[in-house]
Design a protein around this ligand. Structure first.
Ligand code: OXD
Ligand code: MN
Length: 644
């Protein structure tokens, strides 16, 4: 069990400042009048002490306070360019940033939870004892900002006043990180004290680039101190490593929900988007997928886009599941983004619509225009990317597979700003779980009970992507959230069963699996590659929208409810496609042996976990029995016509 404020507070012990008065005195020595005046707005003693202790640790030349005024936002961008962290491009508002070749994704092997003697962590996570981490921070991070400016930003993870929002402080010497954060997070500067009171806590993130070089990459560390809700990172710039409001604080939010807000809240790696259904009704979805598996694309299919990466959920007083996006921008993967699949994003990226964008690790041609792998455009004659000079004959990829664009949601045409900013949150009625699964699960299936829904989340399997440095193979990806679950998976699973079975929920959400990665090869097709297209997502979501309102029935199968062919035909027609029965059969036939193998894999893996909630195995056992009975009657590949 996690205990907060437990063990030695590393920042406090290195900085040795314990009172607001001492903090203020130290900060006065490093801050000009203008910045000192800004700091007057923040009166939370604990926050001032954290900032002062970070200053003792990093020893900067001076301190700049980001109050997120228009002036401050412009200043951060200008400094990022002046410091050489970004360069301007041809389109107004567009800049580009390059990370070192070794720093192109989350550095999982250099990321650690700081633990106390008696603390358990997820078996998937790396951990470091508090004393060892303390020594590392003191020895390697001390003085890293010498001669540089330490910036302090105050952002909220969610709309101010929302039940699940938590304010956070970001301390960094990278103006690229500040510029990115200004695009990705709403400011909480003026409301910081009140939000800390409301949320009962805040997160602190401390980062220094140090002297950036490939030689120094082995010294890079990303530490999450769960007990003190404080992160430390150094010698890195790929935003997923230093900008720890994103995944570092997501991990703390998972802890909050798992241990302190059980049954009431969940913190998920999910997009949030709305779909307009018959009669103009709006149905909102929250959906999980591992990093780099189409979450952004799925979210963009909605008519009312809210967020593409994270969802903080709670049950409101009326029993409605509500969610907020802790972010206000997207840090999207650019590979394969093109006009056909992503028109809203392309309008911004290609400069057709004014937008402030930071590209990272793409190819920029001599005119200052962006290019990337999968943009479906001809090669430029010459340009540069994160590896240096680029020409077509060098044989190098245009862009890293995890190259990105950072973009404010307000620039995206289908963004519903009013709803996204509202503290009351989005009423979520459909929850989806998906992964890159070439051969086993059908494109869409619906759980019949909350326990089956939790089992779908627990059973995500996916192919590794470039978002994590060094990741390979096909892996279990429970809830697509496993990399961000700090404690034992069983604790998190228990919180899921409690939440979705809660008697506080007035109407249970539809919980569904989605899979758009089936291949011809795996399903007896004669073509090559994926069985379907990016845009088919709209048909799958459309069917779930109808299902949520009782407008379609589907077929009952051992894995849950799947769509009928005739229910899908009009949804495909709406996206301008025919949907032949033959394709439907290829996609929805049950490959019973594959599914049974998958369940056995899950049971073997989960069987090793202590204190597993019994509901999971109850679902698996029932599914196995039903699948075996189906196989005995119909063979190991069961056409949908046999299920009807
Ligand atoms: C992300 C990730 O950047 O999950 O969203 O890696
Ligand atoms: Mn993500």
């Amino acid at each position: 069990m996690l205990r907060l404020n437990h063990g030695n507070d590393i920042l406090a012990s290195i900085g040795a400042i314990t009172t607001a008065a001492d903090a203020r005195a130290l900060l006065e020595g490093l801050t000009d009048e203008d910045n000192l005046r800004k700091l007057d707005t923040i009166t939370t003693a604990e926050a001032l002490i954290k900032i002062a202790n970070a200053a003792v640790l990093f020893q900067p030349r001076d301190i700049w306070i980001n109050d997120s005024s228009a002036e401050a936002m412009a200043f951060a961008r200008k400094r990022a360019v002046e410091e050489g962290e970004e360069f301007t491009m041809k389109n107004p508002g567009h800049t580009c940033h390059f990370d070192l070749p070794e720093d192109q994704g989350r550095m999982v092997n250099q990321t650690f939870y700081i633990v106390n003697d008696d603390e358990e962590t997820s078996v998937l996570a790396k951990k470091m004892h508090r004393d060892e981490a303390h020594a590392y921070v003191r020895e390697v991070m001390s003085g890293l900002m010498k001669g540089r400016t330490m910036t302090v930003s105050f952002w909220n993870r969610g709309p101010t006043g929302a039940a699940a929002a938590v304010p956070a402080i970001m301390i960094t010497d990278s103006f690229y990180v500040v510029h990115s954060g200004n695009i990705l997070y709403p400011t909480v500067f003026a409301a910081f004290d009140a939000e800390v009171q409301r949320a009962g806590t805040f997160f602190t993130n401390c980062h220094s680039m140090g002297e950036l070089s490939s030689e120094n990459i082995p010294k890079a560390r990303i530490f999450m101190d769960r007990s003190w809700f404080t992160t430390f990172s150094c010698y890195c710039t790929y935003a997923g490593n230093p900008l720890l409001l994103k995944k570092g604080n997501h991990r703390f939010a998972v802890d909050l929900c798992t241990y302190f807000r059980k049954e009431d809240q969940l913190s998920e790696h999910m997009f949030i988007t709305g779909l307009t259904g018959p009669g103009g009704r709006k149905t909102f979805f929250a959906g999980a997928a591992p990093s780099g598996c189409g979450k952004t694309t799925t979210a963009m299919v909605g008519t009312d886009f809210i967020g593409d990466d994270l969802a903080q959920m709670w049950i409101d007083g009326q029993g409605t599941i509500r969610a907020v996006n802790p972010e206000i921008g997207i840090f999207g993967i650019i590979e394969d983004v093109n006009w056909e699949g992503d028109p809203y994003l392309m309008e911004c990226i290609e400069g057709k619509k004014p937008a402030e964008i930071i590209f990272s690790n793409i190819l920029v041609d001599d005119e200052g225009l962006p290019h990337w792998t999968g943009d479906r455009q001809p090669d430029p004659a010459h340009g540069r990317n994160y590896l240096g000079e680029w020409t077509p004959d060098l044989g190098r990829h245009r862009s890293h597979p995890n190259s990105r664009f950072t973009l404010p949601c307000t620039s995206i045409d289908n963004f519903n700003a009013d709803r996204a900013r509202s503290a009351e949150g989005i009423p979520v009625s459909v929850i989806t779980y998906s992964g890159r699964d070439a051969d086993t699960m059908v494109p869409v299936w619906v759980a019949r009970t909350p326990d089956e829904g939790v089992a779908i989340g627990a059973s995500i399997v996916s192919k590794a992507t470039a978002t994590e440095v060094g990741a390979t193979g096909v892996n279990r990806q429970p809830w697509a959230n496993a990399p961000f679950i700090p404690g034992p998976l069983t604790d998190y699973m228990q919180a899921q069963f409690l939440f979705f079975n809660s008697s506080k929920i007035a109407q249970k959400p539809v919980m569904a699996g989605l899979n758009y990665f089936l291949t011809h090869e795996a399903r007896g097709g004669s073509g090559k590659g994926l069985l379907g297209e990016k845009k088919d997502v709209k048909a799958w979501l459309g069917w779930l929208e109808l299902y949520a309102h009782g407008d379609v029935k589907g077929y009952d199968t051992p894995i849950g409810v799947i769509p009928r062919h005739e229910e899908l035909v009009p949804l495909f027609a709406a996206i301008g496609k025919e949907y032949p029965r033959e394709l439907y059969e290829m996609q929805f036939a049950l490959y019973v042996d594959n599914i049974l193998r998958r369940i056995d894999l899950q049971m073997a893996a989960y069987g090793k976990e202590a204190n597993l909630p019994p509901q999971l195995f109850a679902v698996y056992e029932r599914q196995k029995a039903d699948l075996n009975a189906l196989k005995a009657a119909h063979g190991s590949v069961v056409p949908v016509s046999d299920l009807a």
